[in-house]
Design a protein around this ligand. Structure first.
Ligand code: ADP
Ligand code: ZN
Length: 520
């Protein structure tokens, strides 16, 4: 095939007319023997970047990938297109593996996919020494990062490839946008000198929207009925229990909604995933166990009933919508409870101080994203180091601008109520005190005698919840890891002392917009 060019290969083998984005530059770089670090969002077309050089360069391209199912799919479709491809992982019999290994050593394979743990075995390393090598491709390269969300220890050893085979070009690919993870990846894989190819992470066809959660199931139902009555989509929940109850509730309302979480039998999971991919109008209700390696182009919405723990996860999960480039929705319901819960979880979690500090920063960014009044897309991309010059016009805050209000006095009342009641209660009780309610708990604690009792009648209960939510999200209140109760911190003080002003976002009242908000 040496007379082939990247263009003819693209056309003859893959059936595509033109390269996308910087695919061509990446391919040329590998063909001329250079290393590459490729940062491209999911669906951007990373696979071709190593498949085409693998086909065109003499010898075998060894592709390291942690996703067995994906490996098999790719190899199958490559074979159907006449490419000499194979894979080596635990699903093969010994005889089958031997066959692939033999062909590889004899230079009869274009591409061999291999799981990282197998790559590092002495046996495979020995085979590599005898194989004519075209290149190494390291897919899902962020797995090497300990700060990332799916750290895999086997990836740490991949640097050996650089030491043992310095003359073989290497390409590492990821859809991870987190700048810290990117740097760590380059370091650990010995690719700091590699040419970098960074694509835009913008997904312009995805419409970001975050609503204040009050009746989550009902809100989800409204969203689906009004905008996605006949579509496929994913609903993410935090717990297995909620996955099941939500799937049941949606089924009850006439949707085809299938649960997916790690606690279900393997067979059920596989079947539900299969139906989601092949059937139409299927909603999968899942924990975050679902999604990695799922390549379904026409997912019309991703809905979150619980908040992801950071923006990387949010980006990755919402990114499963609209791979086909057509309009899709990223919809999320978010509440004070989510903010409190995530802060509490983090503080009671294991891990070094440094680890927690980074996780806190990430959570702050996530909560801040929920509360912003500016363009969400600009904020999301800015977090990943990318500048979007003008507001996008395709997110909730662009489409219906959010009003803000001067709330310094209210913030002071909210904070001082925490202080006066001993810094151990959650929002429910604090709001009762502010509103001057005569609950048993207030009577029992004698909180009808504190100075903040009944001083907050100017706001409704929902408005006070919004105030507390924004204070927690903004880090002006700390959450007790054990009890979930609120206490003051160093950021509360300047507000209490009147040294700092506070502005709040005015939560849009949940009026039904009907067709106006519906799909384009
Ligand atoms: P990633 O690994 O970046 O998520 P893939 O390599 O799986 O993306 O590619 C996503 C989809 O885009 C696949 O269906 C692939 O065949 C298609 N694709 C990739 N490059 C091109 C291209 N140049 N023209 C048309 N389709 C492409
Ligand atoms: Zn916008």
């Amino acid at each position: 095939m040496h007379h082939q060019t990247p263009e003819t290969t693209l056309k003859n083998i893959f059936g595509y007319e033109a390269f996308r984005g910087n695919q061509k530059e990446i391919i040329d770089n590998l063909l001329s023997g250079g290393d590459a670090l490729v940062l491209m969002p999911t669906g951007g077309g990373k696979s071709l970047c190593y498949q085409i050089p693998g086909i065109l360069r003499a010898g075998t391209a060894v592709v390291v990938s942690p996703l067995i199912a994906l490996m098999q799919d790719q190899v199958e479709s490559l074979r159907q297109n006449g490419v000499r491809a194979g894979y080596l992982n635990s699903s093969l019999s010994q005889a089958e593996a031997l066959q692939v290994e033999r062909a590889m050593v004899h230079g009869e394979m274009d591409l061999v996919y291999v799981a990282p743990e197998r790559l590092m075995t002495p046996r495979f390393q020995e085979l590599l020494g005898r194989t004519p090598l075209a290149l190494f491709a390291i897919d899902e390269a962020h797995c090497v990062s300990q700060w990332g969300h799916d750290f895999r220890p086997e990836y740490m050893q991949l640097a050996i490839l650089a030491e043992r085979f310095p003359q073989v070009p290497r390409i590492a690919l990821t859809a991870t946008a987190d700048p810290i993870v990117r740097e760590e990846m380059a370091e650990r894989l010995h690719l700091t000198q590699a040419k970098r190819f960074v694509s835009s992470f913008d997904r312009p066809n995805i419409r970001y929207r975050i609503v204040v959660k009050n009746t989550p199931k009902k809100q989800l139902l409204d969203f689906l009925e009004q905008e996605h009555n006949e579509d496929s989509g994913i609903v993410y929940c935090l717990s297995r229990k909620k996955v099941e109850s939500t799937a049941a509730w949606l089924s009850d309302k006439g949707f085809t909604a299938l649960p997916y979480h790690a606690g279900l039998p393997q067979q059920t999971r596989a079947e539900n995933q299969r139906r989601f991919i092949t059937d139409e109008q299927v909603i999968i209700v899942a924990t975050i166990a679902f999604g990695m390696g799922i390549d379904k182009p026409d997912v019309r919405f991703v809905a979150h009933l619980d908040l992801p723990k950071n923006l990387e996860s949010y980006y990755q999960e919402t990114g499963r919508a609209g791979r086909d480039g057509l309009p899709a929705d990223a919809w999320m319901a978010y509440s004070l409870g989510d903010a409190v819960f995530l802060r509490q979880m983090l503080d009671s979690s294991e891990g070094s101080e440094q680890f927690k500090r980074i996780q806190h920063q990430k959570l702050n960014a996530m909560l801040g994203f929920c509360e912003i009044t500016g363009c969400r897309r600009q904020a999301l991309l800015a977090y990943f180091g990318e500048t979007l010059e003008t507001p996008c016009g395709n997110c909730d805050t662009c489409l219906s601008p959010v009003a803000t209000w001067e709330g310094t006095t209210e913030a002071q009342k909210a904070l001082s109520c925490i202080y006066r009641t001993g810094q151990r209660y959650g929002a429910g009780h604090l709001i009762d005190v502010l509103l001057g309610k005569g609950t048993d708990k207030i009577e029992l604690c004698g909180h009808d005698c504190v100075s903040t009792f009944g001083i907050g009648k100017e706001l409704s209960e929902a408005e006070w919840r919004s105030v507390y939510r924004q204070l927690v999200a903004g880090g002006l209140i700390s959450v007790n890891a054990q009890t979930g109760g609120f206490c003051l911190n160093e950021k509360s003080m300047p507000v209490l002392k009147g040294q700092e002003q506070v502005r709040f976002r005015k939560d849009p009242t949940p009026t039904r917009k009907g067709k106006q908000a519906s799909r384009r």
